[in-house]
Design a protein around this ligand. Sequence first.
Ligand code: SF4
Ligand code: SF4
Ligand code: SF4
Length: 260
Amino acid sequence: MANPKVAFFKFSSCAGCLLNVLNIEPVLLTVLSVIDIEYFVMAKRDNHHGPYTIGFVEGAVTTPKEVLELKKIREECAILVAMGACACTGGVPSIKNFSGMNQDQLTKTVYAENIYDPFLASIPAKGIDFYVKVDAYLRGCSYDLGEFVELIKRALKGEDPLFRPHSVCNECKLKENVCLLVSKGQPCMGSVSAAGCGALCPSLNRQCEGCRGPANDCNAASLAKTFMEDLGLSKDDVVRKFRKYAGNTPEFSKGAEAAL
Ligand code: SF4
Ligand code: SF4
Ligand code: SF4
């Protein structure tokens, strides 16, 4: 049986998620022996058109040109995966959606006048599922490499991707970490953030910043109030926390709105 054809695409992003693919050194050769990478501009010169079995998309959609490209990619990919926070929820690029500036002001603030191209006019930054159906999500900034390999394995076996609905706190407790929020008064977002990273940041004594987006049934409004009333964070700081990676989501919107 032929290997599945895999493609990697990039929209508005830092390219960290694509670079991360190349970080799976211990299993890279094994993975390459069971898939054919047909399109990956960052990693190879010889790239081919679809159709593809799996397409991984990094980056938020921020221009009309990207919307058209994304729709074409969707048609070419049997399985479409949003790879990283930018593609899943809009990620860091989506901070601009809440800047209070209109697109013209934003463009002039970010770009020098002489490189501004009207063809690439900026639109609000969105995750890719705002425009097309997405079959699986690799959450996080960047995503967990174990989840990436797991997703490929499951796709090869024809199994649906796993979705972890619980919060980072669950993983943090399993690691028996001292709670940064309760014991040290730090504004950790683990209780509202989706698990899967193995509580990476709290395990390194750093508060969770919510890069994987909201956990199921999370109560972001309650956490926002805790940050302000118990920890003394300013309204602006709380709003920024909930809009850093997933301000487009209804769940984290409630966190930001509770502070406003
Ligand atoms: S999710 Fe983070 S690492 Fe990935 S492309 Fe976006 S900003 Fe870069
Ligand atoms: S440190 Fe953060 S992730 Fe860990 S239990 Fe406390 S609030 Fe949850
Ligand atoms: S602990 Fe929070 S910020 Fe850190 S990787 Fe996990 S979800 Fe992202």
